[in-house]
Design a protein around this ligand. Structure first.
Ligand SMILES: [Zn+2]
Length: 285
């Protein structure tokens, strides 16, 4: 079992040994045969799975107002500028609330509903927007947490919170307009726990460790899967690269759905094109 203390870093590309003996193929019927025969299936999705729902990925090049978005996704930024960081995450919550699960989210949920009695199907996602769950996926591991959960910085209680806005003072706040430079909401008016501690989004920010119990569940699913699908950009960075590589080394069949093939992990199958088409076809829906 891999060491559990896995840190999330900005734009990390993993040094996964490239597997060179696997033939790249887009042969759909062959992949579907493998998927049909498998009893244990893992689907890994990156944030890009929500691009067809109109949600930005907030990667290393994206900005919110004048700030590099990733610089607002750290515990240091939160402790120094809680008002600004809450405005940014409130903005993300609101646009995620208004977005709808797309055809790919729905196809994955339908696959679980249709075949879940015959197969163990686990979805491991880096996405924090809650759209997998809203599409109906049940066996879901949110590696990086959720925009719709809070954690108290005093007592550590984690709670689901779908309120819009999450607190009164954030109503009409969070505009991404570059002209908005100030954020001066008094800390006492930001979301608070019943113990009076300040709440933060329950998200694995950059430089923080993934929750050991979450990593353990993900690794358990990877350790038994016979077929692994990686959808979105997850194959080029952690954990898509590590998990897919682990699955391949164990003998699992692995397929990548992306705009271009991963340069790190060589999958058995690569399916290019809109996820809404390629994923539905591959899942046999
Ligand atoms: Zn508390």
């Amino acid at each position: 079992m891999r060491a559990l203390n896995i840190i999330r870093w900005k734009s990390v590309v993993c040094s996964v040994p490239k597997t060179t003996s696997i033939r790249h193929s887009s042969h759909l019927s062959s992949f579907k045969d493998s998927l049909h025969a498998a009893k244990n299936v893992v689907i890994i999705s990156g944030e890009d799975i929500s691009s067809e729902s109109g949600l930005p990925t907030y990667g290393s090049n994206e900005h919110w107002r004048k700030y590099q978005a990733l610089s607002l996704a750290t515990s240091g930024a939160f402790l120094t500028f809680p008002s600004l960081v809450w405005e940014f995450h409130h903005h993300r919550r609101e646009i995620a609330t208004q977005a709808q699960p797309n055809e790919t989210h729905k196809a994955i949920a339908q696959f679980e509903e249709k075949y879940g009695s015959d197969k163990s199907i686990t979805v491991i996602t880096q996405s924090i927007d809650g759209l997998h769950a809203r599409a109906g996926t049940k066996n879901l591991i949110e590696l990086h947490g959720s925009l719709f959960k809070t954690r108290c910085i005093r007592c550590n209680e984690v709670l689901t919170n779908n309120d819009s806005p999450i607190c009164e003072v954030l109503a009409n706040k969070g505009s991404p307009d570059i002209q908005d430079t100030h954020s001066d909401i008094p800390e006492k008016l930001l979301p608070h726990c019943s113990c009076s501690g300040l709440l933060r989004p329950h998200i694995v920010w950059f430089g923080e460790s993934l929750e050991p119990s979450v990593v353990e569940k993900a690794e358990e699913a990877i350790s038994t899967c016979e077929v692994c699908l990686v959808i979105g950009s997850a194959a080029s960075v952690f954990p898509g690269a590590i998990y897919a590589s682990d699955a391949i080394q164990r003998g699992a069949i692995a397929a990548e759905f992306n705009n271009s093939p991963s340069s790190i992990v060589e999958f058995h199958y690569f399916f290019e094109g809109p996820y809404s088409r390629t994923v539905s076809e591959a899942l046999g829906l």
